[in-house]
Design a protein around this ligand. Structure first.
Ligand SMILES: C[S@@+](CC[C@H](N)C(=O)[O-])C[C@H]1O[C@@H](n2cnc3c(N)ncnc32)[C@H](O)[C@@H]1O
Length: 280
């Protein structure tokens, strides 16, 4: 029986790009909405702002900001070409949004460019997070505000995906993990990295959000569909049936009804986010 191997960040996100929005279960958007509320309370984003959506993925942050301030100037960058391609399909024709493939460790922008800089659930996947944090500091204007986020607890894996794997393959170690180094589950670590990058005003907090979908069934089906191309690839039909039933059961016992970031009702499990807001 072959065992799934953890992948590096770029490979993981390139592979999941097409399914990313469904697979992430609205969780990054929910955390982003909270982060933008915190940032706006310090320095409101308006039409004079210049914003970086760093490690943008499919541009969840960009979309949230544009929904409030459609004319703001925005740069969205990510190391995974497939993510940027999807983002270009959404926002590529807007004059005020610039998209580029770019590693967070080497931002191709002059010093003091941005009034606001958001790295939502990106830095935890960087190969060199310290370097990425220094780049966030360097490219932020004095008086500007930056935010980085991480996860303290991945409820989607701990409450549902991992127990489902254990049910289907009790003798296999749980290997379907995101490529996140253990220290990034620690809020103090995230704050320390930003302080060491140069920030003196660093505010660390936590926020619980949910990973979900309109219905429990649709959430289970997107995880299974996407997994069939990767970590469920060599499962037998029997193992798949056990996996799917266990996933559904876990989602029922650990999940709850909630209001999704788009305002509609959904069903989801909890995720604990780490939020670090820094002023330069
Ligand atoms: C969980 S996604 C978050 C995407 C988006 N910010 C959001 O809120 O949905 C993490 C993103 O980090 C990107 N990433 C990983 N390592 C990176 C690096 N070194 N530089 C830039 N982006 C990186 C991945 O390609 C992926 O798109």
């Amino acid at each position: 029986m072959s065992q799934p191997q953890p992948m590096d960040g770029t490979a993981t996100f390139n592979q999941m790009a097409a399914d990313y929005d469904a697979l992430i279960g609205g969780a990054t958007r929910a955390l982003c909405q909270h982060v933008l509320t915190l940032m706006n309370a310090i320095k409101p984003i308006d039409t004079s702002s210049v914003v970086l959506d760093n490690a943008c993925g499919t541009c969840v942050v960009t979309a949230e900001i544009l929904s409030e301030t459609p004319d703001v100037r925005l740069h969205a960058v990510d190391v995974a070409p497939n993510m940027v391609q999807l983002a270009k399909a959404k926002f590529g024709d807007r004059d005020n949004v610039r998209l580029a493939v770019m590693p967070g460790e080497q931002l191709d922008f002059p010093d003091d460019t941005f009034t606001h800089s958001v790295t939502n659930l990106g830095i935890l996947f960087f190969e060199a997070p310290d370097k990425g944090a220094r780049e966030i500091y360097r490219t932020l204007q004095p008086g500007g505000v930056a935010a980085v986020t991480s996860w303290a607890r991945l409820g989607n894996f701990e409450d549902a995906i991992n127990p489902a794997q254990r049910a289907a393959r009790p003798n296999e170690p749980v290997l379907h993990k995101l490529p996140i180094k253990p220290e990034w589950f620690d809020a103090e670590h995230a704050g320390r990295v930003m302080r060491e990058a140069g920030f003196q005003d660093v505010r660390v907090s936590t926020k619980q959000v949910r990973y979900g979908a309109a219905t429990r069934e649709s959430l289970v089906s997107v995880i299974v569909r996407s997994g069939r191309q990767t970590f469920l690839k060599d499962y037998t039909e029997e193992e798949l049936k056990v996996y799917e039933a266990a996933l559904d059961q876990a989602m029922e016992t650990k999940g709850a009804r909630y209001t999704m970031p788009d305002g509609n009702q959904g069903w989801g499990v909890t995720m604990d986010g780490i939020v670090v807001v820094c002023c330069k």
